[in-house]
Design a protein. Sequence first.
Length: 186
Amino acid sequence: MTDIAIIGERTFLYEKLFAELSVSFQFLSPAILGSPFLPRYKAALIPTGFANAQYSRTLPALRRMKSNISDFVRKGGVLTVFGPMVEKHDFDWLPVSLSYVCEIGGRCVSPSEDECSCLLCTSTPECDGYLIPGEGFETVLRDEKGRAILVTARFDEGLIVATTVHEFPAGEYIKWAVGQAKPAKL
């Protein structure tokens, strides 16, 4: 079993981060999502820019795999999704309602007691936008204007974490997410 699936194009920066944490990972090309030969994963991570066709071919695969994504989370997986890097985006491929508006820049955030707030390494992160959470989401972190930049939604046994933080997740968060999750098929 592999700890984390990274859905998108391969990048050596992620490889270095996960190797330093001794967390097993696998890059999943959007073309192979849904293959019955994929192993179970505890967590899945969708990097920044997944909806921007200039950088990624991931969004069509996510829409095609909506039911698999729902099942993954429902059965205990932790899904972490970063900003889509397009002007506006509705996460219509998630089992809960969420929208995004692009607005790149530094933010000031107040600390949160929520465990998943350890995703941030700083109280002044760079963000690529803000989120408009629908029913089922809880806002964990807001920017100085009160807009959501980190939200979570419990979905049966699993968890969806969405953020607009435009930085790598902290190592503490990776270990936390893997520790929270149950292995599930994507």
